[in-house]
Design a protein around this ligand. Sequence first.
Ligand code: NDP
Ligand code: GDR
Length: 359
Amino acid sequence: MRSALITGITGQDGAYLAKLLLKKNYHVFGIYRRTSTPSFWRLQYLGVQNKITLIPGDLMDTGSVINAIIRSNPDEVYHLAAQSFVEASFDQPSATGDITGISVTRILDALKLLKKNVRFYQASSSEMYGDGASQAQNEETPFHPASPYAAAKVYGYWLTRIYRESFGMFACNGLLFNHESPLRGLEFVTRKVTNTVAMIKLGLTKSIHLGNLKAKRDWGYAPEYVESMWMMLQNDTPDDFVVATGSQHSVQELVEIAFSSVGLNWEDHVIIDKKLFRPLDVPALKGDYTKANKILGWKPKTSFSDLVKIMVEEDVRRWRASLNGKMFPWDVPSSLNIENQNEFYVGSRVYGSSTKHSR
Ligand code: NDP
Ligand code: GDR
């Protein structure tokens, strides 16, 4: 039986990847960190928590990373853990640099020193491109990071290549564009929108505060994207691959589809909040996944509108079940008062007051 070690197993991708690898008969190990409130809801939601081996550890703690590698003795390591919220990286730039960037070296170095013949996946990101290209971005497009998060990911990308090229390690970068699901964290714009749309539909709140509606992203469906991670590590040679849908949509389109899917007009509920604009935002991203298609046989299957509908439907189902007194694993705060939720994520930066949206 092959074994895999996943860092970030409690996150969106970690949970889906754990499920995929279990299906492929791997012994799945995952590093989790001690938090005051446990964060196993995604693993419970997918019914995999009792089928995996969880090892305590923190990316910033070298000893615990080494311990996890020794205990799991993995054939494959999927390095997914990160401070992954771009917005928060402006408020916590040094911590983001350490967790999202330097930790890549901690793991690669531990694998090298322990002389493990392991295949390594690095969760690189489309954010690394920043605003550098007008064409769709591929593996050759130069990076132009526009946040401390993206800069940390560029560092991780290069360390992965450097360990591959200088020490012959089987180390791959997955340059994944945005991918979403009902397991997405609430701070990201897709899930923030679908969760609030569900609440508005059920009369639990009235409005949503949003920032830059003009930003465009290439959004895909997360369970399909974790398959590409596994495919990269089954390839004959280690390489780097863009994984994307090749289509681009604005935040406004996301909002329109989400509201209209439950029969509501978005303009009645959206409040533009200047505080939610980033100091520097990436205006548009679109990926060219030709190489992943040609070499790995990977391609996206779920359209953007289907993705948004899957997420809205699941959030409505969860809230309905909750109102009927059912308890199950999911991440919404127990308080229904989410009027101040935007403040929670903005940190210390204040840019101005809210204005009701008008076209
Ligand atoms: P999530 O934010 O959902 O998950 C992040 C994971 O990292 C969580 O398990 C979190 O643990 C863990 N983590 C954070 N800090 C530490 C630490 N100091 N020590 C140990 N574990 C830590 O991210 P996603 O699943 O969405 O993304 C997975 C990876 O892919 C990330 O590296 C992200 O940057 C990258 N990526 C994601 C894309 C996307 O669209 N989703 C696109 C491109 C790249 P805890 O539960 O305790 O917080
Ligand atoms: P992103 O995702 O920064 O692309 O990073 P996010 O969903 O946070 O933002 C996408 C775009 O939406 C705009 N936006 C808002 N964003 C949030 N979060 N909240 C809002 O209220 C809001 N209003 C408008 C943002 O300005 C931005 O332009 C994600 C993460 O998963 C990274 O870890 C990953 O590397 C990249 O995707 C690819």
